[in-house]
Ligand binder design. Structure first.
Ligand SMILES: Nc1nc2c(ncn2[C@@H]2O[C@H](COP(=O)(O)OP(=O)(O)OP(=O)(O)O)[C@@H](O)[C@H]2O)c(=O)[nH]1
Ligand SMILES: [Mg+2]
Length: 658
């Protein structure tokens, strides 16, 4: 490919609900532009975008994939994103890379939850947008109604770009919206002056970049209808990287209003890592978007804000899974670097460490977890390495040891997402795991003030063991953990045993007293005790501290705290009754409801134990048309019924200090 100016570059992402026909459309665009000799097909497993073996097998996209082509002298980068909510992290990735986001709406299905979420992801990053109505061959007679649906959901600024038959005439609305982006033109328009096509086009381009107009195009990738018009739209109305200032913030104040910088090719280099990929053969591939300046083969740069210096070896331009080496990359270029082990997703790279980073993308939190264990116990270390690699690639997938339950928990956006990742664990790294539902990490606490006492005495010939501790426990505020007090007067317990006693108390707290979960948020005051000059020791005081605490905690009305999550469910309005009714049976408290066109958003607080299976529940309540997010919020006292069940199920093991 010949090297072009940034003004001729068009970074474009295809997003939208699953099955909208995005990959098929991307293939058709590549083919029409002459970049491929025939359009690849998802069904025949020949798509250049869905190149991973599991994408071919499952028949849908899982990872965002990039390819490029030329159209009418412009250089188009196209990122095809998966549509299913299970892989929503990849939509965020595609939006980060693009200047124009094409939100696809299946003509047959209309605006769906996935369409709304994709639109919102583009809005959140202030990207220019266009709507692509796909599969028009299935609904050629209803396109006017589809446009109405789109305008109801995304506003009256959604205007058809070349209306097909049956879709009214929007020329006047188009002109009026376009001149809004250009004050001088607006004046002339209001005075009734003649406005040329070129002037109008210039204004329309600005209007699209500013979000004043969202063009709507109608295509059938399968029938090859409207695809060339979409390509024309991208190159004529889509912003170039030079039209969109990049947003920087101080690494130390990421929430402050961003500073805008012009994407100048002559400025010093700055770029951002928008995707990390671990390839079986090539190893680590780091995808970088150049923000300003130029990156040349062999240049070195620093990671902000750590200041670590790295070197760009070869610079590649991806075409699906193929990588072609290029010499340099300028503003807007989407390039891949290999053999740079220490670069991570979201890193900002720059010529010098000035503490300024690109505004980071926001990914949804993993909300469905499965506890995992290697089938072969000897593989613990190998498993940790492999899951680390997987998690590096996928910002919405984590593998962490739960500090409370000790379980290794793999978390993703949905059961399907976790399933896909665990299959990759097996296929790519040969690691097979057993899975089970994770235990809920409850906590214990106390609800009253109580005194505790223990006298530890053993005489078994030779030197004995002696220690006696009196203490008091009190509830402490949430989040306080352990508040430690030493109230011993007169030296009945020498201060040099304090740390041994505290150690004993902490061990007893970690073991819990009613259900085996750690006790938190208590004040422990050591008030009195006895020691013996010969027989007392740290070990003896540790035991006494531990037992005295247990004695007090059991008398202090111990109780169970359960984790509460913030749930946000987006469902078709007609499912609202079923979804909220179901939430009421799960001890959830509904905090708010919002209507967005045909969709309803419900906010609620729900105990984690009731939300672990929510992915399956919402799918069945909405026939797969609902989606949700879940964020940890706080701990609350578990109701008596729940507490009794968990306490009854607990089988205490013998005290470890005996
Ligand atoms: N009738 C018709 N079918 C189409 C058209 N485009 C795609 N399809 C079919 O729709 C199905 C889904 O197409 P994909 O291109 O995989 O859709 P996608 O949006 O990439 O799906 P995800 O990646 O899973 O989000 C396939 O069976 C295609 O053959 C079209 O223009 N008309
Ligand atoms: Mg796809």
């Amino acid at each position: 490919m010949s090297k072009r100016a940034p003004a001729d570059l068009r970074n474009t992402a295809l997003v939208g609900h699953g099955d909208a026909g995005k990959t098929t459309l991307a293939e058709r665009m590549l083919f029409k532009a002459g970049a491929t000799s025939r359009p690849g097909s998802v069904k025949d497993r020949t798509s250049l975008f869905d190149y991973e073996p599991d994408e071919k097998e499952r028949g849908h996209s899982i990872d965002a994939a990039l390819a490029h082509f030329e159209w009418k002298g412009k250089d188009v980068n196209l990122v095809d994103c998966p549509g299913y909510p299970d892989y929503f992290g990849e939509t965020v990735t595609g939006v980060a890379a693009a200047d124009l986001v094409l939100v696809c709406v299946n003509a047959h299905a209309g605006v769906l939850v996935g369409t709304l979420r994709a639109w919102n992801a583009a809005e959140a990053r202030q990207r220019a947008k266009a709507i692509v109505v796909t599969k028009t061959d299935l609904e050629s007679k209803r396109l006017g109604a589809v446009l109405d649906d789109v305008r109801a959901a995304f506003g009256p600024r959604c205007l058809p770009y070349f209306a097909p038959p049956g879709v009214g005439d929007y020329r006047k609305a188009w002109t009026e919206a376009a001149v809004e982006a250009d004050d001088a033109l607006m004046l002339r328009y209001l005075e009734g002056a003649e406005i040329t096509e070129d002037e109008l086009l210039g204004a329309a381009r600005k209007a699209v970049a500013k979000g004043l107009i969202t063009p709507v195009v109608f295509v059938s990738a399968e029938q090859d209808d409207g695809v060339d018009r979409l390509l024309d739209l991208i190159v004529t109305l889509g912003p170039s990287p030079l039209d969109v200032p990049r947003r920087l913030v101080k690494a130390s104040e990421p929430d402050a209003p961003p500073e805008l910088i012009a994407p100048d090719p002559a400025a010093p280099f700055r770029g951002t890592v928008y995707k990390v990929q671990i390839d079986k053969h090539v190893g680590r591939i780091v995808h970088v978007r150049v923000l300003t300046g130029t990156l040349r083969h062999g240049d070195s740069f620093v990671v902000v804000p750590s200041g670590r210096r790295e070197k760009a070896g070869h610079i590649f331009r991806p075409q699906g899974k193929e990588q072609k080496a290029i010499d340099s990359a300028g503003p807007g270029d989407l390039v891949a670097l290999s053999k740079v082990e220490a670069l991570h997703l979201g890193d900002t790279l720059a010529h010098e460490n000035d503490g300024r980073i690109a505004v980071p993308s926001r990914y949804p939190r993993p909300m469905f977890g499965l506890a995992i264990r290697p089938k072969n116990r000897a593989d613990e270390v190998k498993l940790a390495e492999a899951t680390h690699k997987l998690a590096e690639e996928s910002p919405t997938f984590t593998v962490k040891r739960d500090p409370t339950t000790g379980e290794l928990v793999a978390s993703g956006l949905s059961p399907l997402h976790v399933d896909v990742m665990l299959r990759r664990l097996k296929d790519r790294y040969g690691m097979e795991v057993e899975t089970h539902k994770p235990r809920v990490p409850y906590k214990e606490t106390i609800n009253a003030v109580a005194d505790g006492h223990y006298r530890h005495k053993k005489q078994s010939g030779g030197r004995g063991q002696f220690a006696e501790v009196f203490l008091r426990v009190e509830p402490a505020p949430p989040g306080a953990g352990l508040v430690w007090k030493w109230e011993v007067f007169g030296g009945s317990v020498p201060r040099n045993y304090e740390s041994a006693i505290e150690k004993g108390v902490r061990e007893a707290m970690a073991r819990g007293v009613i259900a085996g979960y750690p006790i938190e948020d208590v004040t422990v005051a050591i008030v009195d005790g006895k020691h013996h000059d010969v027989d007392s020791s740290d070990a003896a005081f540790k035991i006494a501290g531990s037992r005295a605490f247990r004695d007090a905690a059991l008398k202090a009305r111990p109780g169970l705290l359960e984790p509460i999550m913030e749930l946000e469910a987006t469902v078709p309005a007609e499912c609202l009754g079923d979804v909220s009714g179901d939430l009421n049976t799960r001890r959830a408290r509904i905090r708010g409801m919002d209507q967005h066109g045909e969709l309803q958003v419900i906010q609620a607080d729900i105990p984690l134990s009731e939300a672990q299976e929510y992915a399956r529940i919402i799918t069945s309540l909405t026939s797969g048309r609902g989606s949700y997010t879940l964020e940890p919020s706080r701990f609350e006292h578990a109701p008596a019924g729940v507490q009794q069940q968990i306490v009854a199920a607990w089988k205490p093991h013998k005290d470890e200090d005996e």
